[in-house]
Every structure is written in structure tokens, then in C-alpha cells.
Write a protein that binds this ligand. Structure first.
Ligand SMILES: *[C@@H]1O[C@H](CO)[C@@H](O)[C@H](O)[C@H]1NC(C)=O
Ligand SMILES: *[C@@H]1O[C@H](CO)[C@@H](O)[C@H](O)[C@H]1NC(C)=O
Ligand SMILES: *[C@@H]1O[C@H](CO)[C@@H](O)[C@H](O)[C@H]1NC(C)=O
Length: 652
């Protein structure tokens, strides 16, 4: 088939060229990228560079230290929760520490293919732990340190982890998190469910260890923490620093196959238990390295800062793998944008002369609330490119980011991608793609999107519908861990022949793509499909609104009515005239069909710890259903009680 032939040729030509920059123990044989995306033709599979053997840790560290002579280059400037807690790690030091810890893992019996669960704060040792797993061919499963014991247990059991790595505790702003206590609770739950984990390695991050456990590599944080609780179970627990004593800093990497598993990362399915998204070695390496290099226009003297947590895919791909593959210098930040004050981000930008900055729209909207003064307290003249990730950025926040933070000097790269895609899918290239605020613009090289209508037909030209991808790219996930049929049914069943993103999308007359939100966030009002993201964007354009979330509430005539939660600027109140203005605003932007039925003042919105709005919970509030289901990922439950108290009761 001719299209197949042309694709393979292009993959060889483009990705094959990228692959030449990396180290391969043995070369690949057969096709560069082989796949089946059509469930009606058999099992779904994607194979990139099958037959090649390599090691990602070797490519990230040894290759940079030895072949590219970057040993003395800074890999990470670590900036702790408290300003003044900081640390610098070079590529050579990182390699030594990873090798030492690899030897520790081996001495604890961890072998190629074993799963290791990592539950740690944003410290350098988190990167050390993940790369040590990779070096010996083990598969890491990082669980965000904001998750509950129940969630950790569920993830440990699903991936059958033989060892857990954690830390004593950490601070988020002023709040102490007793992480080891949570880890122990999780291990206890696992034990009760018949899955005993035999080993747990604990890093001392806040506590002082016995003299002989202390390593100069990791000074405990300077803050004293009287409330820290560090339970210790001698049958299971091992001390990170004690294990390192005497461990050699030489460790031959385990050479693994291209399609061997690299890591598992759980995403919460909108229903059912979390999915273990499985990525494999070679394709993910090529894809994250290349997207990082081009989307951030990486230059050797850059200082790059991605504010995500490594517990999410953004941190995997664009704090660890992509930047290190390019020999980049990054900031690794443990803290919060609002601690000790709302200038913290810009203070760090100036301190390290950050040139490429990557954050989430939710952080931008949060800081926007405080106006431009806290930003302008710092110079920010090192900044060159600004990025966003996590959700479509509303034009209002885009303008603020562009004008106030970047002073109209820095292009914004609005990146659309998912845990499942491994790396950027739709994104501008800085200074090369003319921007439109709120649009992720065009596909990255080798990415072929399409927009389908409800009956699965491809739409041409300006249109709106389901966003799908027609062929694989090297970084696409390979399976749902332990349940390949769930992988097939989640991503390939609805429209055979396509990878289905579950996101809605609009293409304008210039061919720009606009993500309109999760398809399950579409509302059906009198038979019209409305995107909640578009309505929210219209609300947020009003000067009094900082953030908005719209959900459907069943309506006897219209099918669904629009229930809008709005967070107002400091000092504003939701009066009758303001409500009328908001209704008018949406009517004018989108149309009368989208006029909000209910508007509720929401001083806070229920969010996950990664900042995603939990619409499921809002839907329950709108419908006054008190049974909220599993809300273990909810960051602050007091928000929900308040919203229930203030519900709109009247029928419009
Ligand atoms: C989209 O779907 C409808 C039926 O739902 C169909 O009639 C129409 O032809 C489809 N295709 C396009 C390209 O609009
Ligand atoms: C795989 O996932 C499906 C849901 O898509 C579920 O019904 C099934 O029980 C799962 N199978 C296993 C072995 O976990
Ligand atoms: C929208 O709702 C109407 C009934 O109000 C229904 O007939 C129609 O099929 C729905 N459309 C979609 C795409 O769900």
C-alpha cells in the first residue's frame, strides 16, 4: 500500500536521522515504525525500531558526560520549598549518583522488568531513583506525592511492584506532608488485600538521620519540623543513605530492547479504576528528545524550567527525559508559585536566568488574580520562550502571560498532548508559527490529526468534532499495563482505524486547531452540542471573573441546562447586574443557545492536586447529589461543602 510505504520512508528519513544522535548497542532490523491502528484487522500494536538495543539512562547521562563532554555542565538547579534551600547537580554528579543507586537497587534484588513504585517529593533523588530503575532495566511507576495512601496502594497492586521508594516528608508551602506515614498506610492496605511489599527505601529529606546514615550529598532541609512523624518498620524499611554507603559509582547499564517497557504512569479514567499507561524505550526517547529540542528551540546555554511535578507525564517527558537527552540545564522546583509570596516564580526566573519557561494555565490564572505588580518586581529579561500545558489556555490568560510575563517579547508555545501520547502533539514552534491566543496551532512533525463527526467520518476544512490521530508517532503509549484489551477499547474502538483522544477539537479557516475540551465535557442543549471550555472562556473574558467551570444539569425541555461556577476577582460580588452582564457576554460570544441558566459564585473550585477541575464533583453539586463517589484526588474538600451550601436553588 502506497501510503504505508510513504509513511515508512518519512519515518526512516526523519526519525532515523534523529536516532543517529543516540547510542545503540545493536541496530534495529525491519521497519522503523510498524503498527496496526485498526481493531477490525486484529490486535493493536506499535513497534518502533524493533530489534535495536539501548539504554535511556546511558543516553541521558553517560553519552553527555563522556561523548559530548558535558560532565561539568549543570543538569539541575534544585530550588526547595523554602527559598534558600538549594542545590546544584552536574551531569557527572548525576551519573555517579544514579550508578550508586542502581547498584543499591541491584543489591536489593531488583532485576530487569521488575516494577518499582516511586512516591517522592520534587527532589533530585526522585530523578536519581527513576534513572537508576531505567539503568538496570526495571520499570518505574511514579505516584504523585499528593496522592492518598489508598491511591498509592491501588497503583502498587495494579503494577505488582516489588519495592517502594519514598521519603520521610516534605513541605508544600507551610503545610507538612508526612509522606512516610502515608506510604506505610498504603503498604498496610496492600498487606490486608493480600499483596505484601517486601521492601521500602526511605530518603531522609526533612529528618536528621543517625550520624553514620548521613551523606553529604543530601543535606536535610534547614527548616526544623517538630511535627514530622517517621514510623519505621524494620522488617520492610531501608534507609536510602545507609544503603548508599559503600555502593560503587560504576554500574554497567542493562541493554534493553526498543519495545521493552520503560515506565508505567497512571491516569485517572473518568470512570473505573486508573489506567496504567505503558510507554516503551526507544520511541519515547526519540520523541521526547525531539519535541523538547524543537518546541522550546533548545540552545546549549539555555536554562529551562518546567514547573510541573515529575509525578505527572509533563514532569516525566519535560523535566527528566527530554531535557536530559539534550544535555539541558533545568530548574527543579519543589515549592509552590504562591509561597512564600506570589512573586516566587519570577524570583527564581531571575536568580537562575531562566530562558525557557513551561507552566500550566491554572498557575497563570492563579497568579493573574494578584495583578502585574508581583511579576514586575522582577526583571525576567532572560526569558525567551513561554510554554503552557495541561489544558487549553483561555485567551484572557494567554494575553496576560504574553503581555505581562513575557512583555510581548516571548512567543508562547501552547502545547496539546496527553499522558498517552508521551510528548507534544499539537504545538506552535516558537517564532516560526504565527500564534492565535488559545489555539495549539498545528501538528508536530509526523503527527497526522483528523476531525471526525459522530458517525466517524473525517471532516474537511473548518469543522468541529472528535480529535483523532491517523497514524502512530514514536512516543505513543503501547498498552494499558496488564490489560491490553482496555487499551484497545479505550483508544481504538469508537472509531476503528484511528487513535481517539477523547478531546473535542475545532479547525478554523486557516487550518488552526482549537481544543474544545474533553468530549465528555460537551453539553447537549436542545440538541446543540456545546463545548464547556468555550463557555468558560467567554465567562473568563469578563474582567470580574478569574476562573469558570460549566457543567450540565438535566432539564426537562432542553435536555441539559448550563450551570456555571465562577470565581470572581478579589473584592467582586455576584450581584444581579453582574449576572446579567455575564449572560450577555456568553450570548454575544457563542450565541443565545449557550446562555447560562444558573450562575453560582465559587470562591474556590474543586480541583485535583495537579490543578484539574473535577467536573464530576461540580455536576453532583449542580444536581444536588450528595454521593460524590471517590474523591481521594480532591485537593481541598472544604471547597465542596461551601459550594453545596451556596447552591442555586431557584429554577431560572
Ligand atoms: C457526518 O455525520 C452525518 C450523520 O450523523 C452524515 O450524514 C454526514 O454525511 C457525515 N459526514 C460529513 C463529512 O459531514
Ligand atoms: C480490563 O479492562 C476492562 C475495562 O475496559 C475490564 O472490564 C476488565 O475486567 C479488565 N480485565 C482485567 C484482567 O483486569
Ligand atoms: C442530544 O439530545 C437530543 C435530545 O434532547 C438527542 O436526540 C440527541 O441525539 C443528542 N445528541 C447527542 C450527540 O448526544
Amino acid at each position: 500500500n502506497i501510503i504505508d510505504f510513504v509513511n515508512e520512508f518519512c519515518n526512516m528519513y526523519f526519525w532515523g536521522d534523529v536516532a543517529k544522535d543516540f547510542f545503540w548497542k545493536t541496530r534495529h532490523s525491519g521497519r522503523f515504525l510498524d503498527y496496526n491502528f485498526d481493531v477490525t484487522k486484529g490486535r493493536i500494536f506499535i513497534k518502533c525500531m524493533e530489534g535495536a538495543t539501548t539504554n535511556i539512562c546511558y543516553n541521558l547521562l553517560d553519552r553527555n558526560v563522556h561523548d559530548r563532554k558535558l560532565g561539568d555542565k549543570v543538569a539541575f538547579f534544585w530550588s526547595g520549598n523554602d527559598p534558600g534551600d538549594e542545590l546544584t547537580v552536574t551531569y557527572r554528579e548525576l551519573l555517579q549518583r544514579v550508578c550508586q543507586f542502581s547498584n543499591v537497587l541491584k543489591s536489593q534484588g531488583v532485576k530487569k522488568g521488575d516494577r518499582v513504585s516511586i512516591y517522592m517529593p520534587m527532589v533530585v533523588e526522585l530523578v536519581v531513583a527513576m534513572l537508576a530503575c531505567v539503568r538496570i532495566g526495571a520499570v518505574h511507576s511514579i505516584v504523585f506525592a499528593g496522592f492518598s495512601a489508598e491511591s498509592l496502594c491501588e497503583r502498587i497492586m495494579d503494577s505488582q511492584c516489588s519495592l517502594v521508594i519514598t521519603a520521610d516528608g516534605f513541605y508544600r508551602g507551610d503545610k507538612l506532608i508526612n509522606l512516610k506515614l502515608l506510604a506505610d498506610e498504603a503498604l498496610q492496605k496492600c498487606r490486608e488485600k493480600g499483596f505484601p511489599v517486601e521492601k521500602c527505601i526511605m530518603l531522609r529529606h526533612l529528618s536528621k538521620a543517625a550520624e553514620d546514615d548521613l551523606s553529604s550529598q543530601c543535606p536535610p532541609a534547614k527548616r526544623s519540623c517538630p511535627d514530622l512523624q517517621v514510623p519505621w518498620n524494620p522488617d520492610v524499611d531501608l534507609c536510602w543513605h545507609a544503603l548508599l554507603r559503600g555502593a560503587s559509582d560504576v554500574c554497567e547499564p542493562e541493554w534493553v530492547e526498543s519495545e521493552d517497557p520503560l515506565f508505567i504512569l497512571y491516569t485517572s479514567g473518568s470512570t473505573g479504576k486508573p489506567k496504567g499507561v505503558l510507554h516503551s524505550v526507544s520511541g519515547y526517547m526519540l520523541y521526547t528528545a525531539t519535541t523538547f529540542k524543537l518546541v522550546f528551540d533548545h540552545q546549549p546555554d539555555d536554562v529551562y524550567w518546567c514547573t510541573a511535578d515529575i509525578g505527572w507525564i509533563t514532569g516525566h517527558s519535560y523535566i527528566t527525559y527530554g531535557p536530559l537527552a539534550n544535555g539541558a540545564t533545568s530548574v527543579l522546583f519543589e515549592g509552590l508559585p504562591t509561597f512564600p509570596d506570589v512573586s516566587r516564580m519570577w524570583q527564581i526566573v531571575d536568580k537562575y536566568r531562566v530562558s525557557k519557561f513551561y507552566t500550566a494555565p491554572t498557575a497563570i490564572r492563579l497568579l493573574m488574580k494578584y495583578g502585574s505588580e508581583p511579576v514586575q518586581r522582577y526583571k525576567r529579561n532572560s526569558l525567551k520562550v513561554l510554554g503552557t500545558v495541561g489544558e487549553p489556555i483561555n485567551p484572557e490568560a494567554w494575553q496576560w502571560y504574553y503581555t505581562v510575563v513575557g512583555e510581548k517579547r516571548c512567543p508562547i508555545v501552547d502545547t496539546f498532548w496527553q499522558t498517552e501520547t508521551g510528548g507534544h502533539m499539537l504545538t506552535p514552534l516558537p517564532a516560526a508559527t504565527p500564534m492565535k491566543p488559545g489555539s495549539a496551532t498545528f501538528p508536530f512533525f509526523g503527527v497526522v490529526p483528523a476531525i471526525l463527526n459522530e458517525s466517524g467520518e473525517e471532516l474537511e476544512g473548518p469543522s468541529e468534532g472528535y480529535l483523532v490521530f491517523k497514524q502512530p508517532w514514536p512516543g505513543v503509549m503501547r498498552s494499558v499495563y496488564g490489560n491490553h484489551s482496555r487499551f484497545e477499547s479505550t483508544y481504538f474502538k469508537k472509531f476503528p482505524g484511528y487513535y481517539v483522544t477523547a478531546d473535542g477539537c475545532r479547525r478554523d479557516k486557516d487550518g488552526y486547531y482549537w481544543i474544545t475540551g474533553r468530549i465528555d465535557d460537551m453539553l447537549n442543549v436542545s440538541g446543540h452540542l456545546l463545548s464547556t471550555a468555550e463557555i468558560e472562556s467567554a465567562l473568563v473574558e469578563h474582567a470580574a471573573v478569574v476562573e469558570a467551570a460549566v457543567v450540565g444539569r438535566p432539564h426537562p425541555v432542553k435536555g441539559e441546562s448550563l450551570y456555571c461556577f465562577v470565581t470572581l476577582t478579589e473584592g467582586a460580588t455576584l450581584s444581579g447586574p453582574l449576572e446579567a452582564e455575564l449572560r450577555k457576554q456568553v450570548r454575544e460570544k457563542i450565541g443565545a443557545i449557550a446562555t447560562p441558566d444558573y450562575i453560582q459564585n465559587a470562591p474556590g473550585l474543586p480541583k485535583t492536586r495537579s490543578g484539574k477541575i473535577m467536573r464530576r464533583v461540580l455536576r453532583k453539586i449542580a444536581c444536588d447529589e450528595r454521593d460524590l463517589g471517590d474523591i481521594s484526588t480532591l485537593a481541598d474538600s472544604s471547597v465542596v461543602e461551601q459550594l453545596f451550601r451556596d447552591r442555586c436553588l431557584t429554577t431560572p
